[in-house]
Design a protein around this ligand. Structure first.
Ligand code: ZN
Length: 335
């Protein structure tokens, strides 16, 4: 009886597989090795923030030789910090954008590197489409700062990737990078930005779609730019608030989680003004830890949403990535 039942079940299974596949091939090879896929899932991650939905979009990753880029710890100390968290150098670093849907407007924060840094970056528009949007739907593009990895995805050959969007950037930031005379005084590491900036911004300017802001400015209801100069002359944060939930998008206040959270005084070669950049970082970490709001950052591991808390040792901070959620609203945690 047992064997008859077993054989009946087996017949059912085989006939189901035959029906599903249209042949006996699948049934006969079901135990064979599956292919190694070697590609990642589409790079988008949604967060419900009050009445808003914020989608992190991954432009890709790039290898940063942090032992050569960070200043303030020795290369050996930096290598040890990475080893402690089971990473090696160069550090595979994310490039994250954020698409904020307020219900009325679609606002994109930064655009990724476009075609400037090779095939591992430049996936923002593909991931925006994978998330269910089109570039034509974007109402506003806001830029944290005008380094190439943040603006390279704005346009190509004079054609805007976001044809209906108004492009917003801090006025001091725009004036600095659009003035070629500043190139001579800038570090070699960022000089390419002076070449790329006009190619990215002029198509929007010509279309009457460029809007410069100064100081603390509302971009759309619930989205505010705050001036945080240091990494660049007009670097901005974007503060997103809806129904008591708050997310602060940090731009490039931090490039290395394993090093800079425990020692915010460590800076990076791309900082325009070391002292101001360090000050902005200290205040950003302390404020996020004290108030308990969510943060998102361009170069923390995708999707980058998380909280900041003071380290138990009393020295420095810890970055706590947000717990995975399918679609629940994230309220301010606090402590
Ligand atoms: Zn960057």
């Amino acid at each position: 009886m047992v064997s008859r039942t077993h054989s009946f079940a087996r017949k059912l299974l085989v006939s189901a597989l035959v029906m599903a596949s249209g042949s006996t091939f699948v049934a006969e090879t079901a135990s064979a090795g599956a292919p190694i896929v070697q590609t990642q899932a589409p790079g988008y991650y949604r967060l419900v923030l009050g009445a808003f939905e914020v989608t992190a979009l991954n432009d890709g990753t790039i290898d940063f030789p942090m032992d050569k880029l960070l200043i303030g710890e020795s290369p050996d100390e930096i290598t040890a910090d990475y080893r402690k968290v089971f990473q090696k150098l160069p550090a595979e670093s994310s490039m994250n954008q954020f698409l904020i849907n307020t219900g009325d407007r679609l606002v994109l924060v930064d655009t990724g590197a476009g075609s400037f840094y090779g095939p591992t970056l430049g996936n923002t528009v593909n991931n925006l489409r994978a998330a269910g949007y089109t570039p034509e739907q974007v109402d506003d593009v806001v830029i944290t700062h005008m380094h190439v990895d943040h603006i390279g995805g704005l346009a190509k050959n004079g054609q805007r990737f976001f044809p209906n969007a108004v492009l917003h950037v801090d006025k001091a930031e725009y004036n600095y990078w659009m003035n070629q005379a500043n190139s001579a005084g800038a570090s070699e590491a960022v000089r390419i930005c002076f070449e790329v900036a006009p190619k990215m911004f002029n198509p929007y300017l010509a279309a009457g779609k460029l809007k410069l802001f100064q100081g603390d400015t509302q971009i759309a209801p619930g989205i505010r730019a705050t001036p945080e100069a240091g990494h660049t002359p007009g670097h901005s944060f974007f503060v997103v608030e809806s129904k008591g939930a708050k997310l602060v998008l940090w731009g490039d206040v931090v490039h290395s989680a394993p090093v800079q959270f425990h020692d915010p005084s460590v800076r990076i070669v791309w900082d325009s003004d070391d002292k101001r950049a360090e000050h902005v970082r200290e205040i950003a970490f302390a404020d996020a830890a004290a108030r308990g709001y969510l943060i998102g950052a361009a170069h923390l591991p995708f999707p980058s949403f998380g909280h900041i808390t003071k380290a138990d040792s009393g020295k420095g901070y810890l970055y706590v990535p947000l717990n995975y959620t399918k679609n629940r609203s994230v309220e301010n945690g606090g402590h």
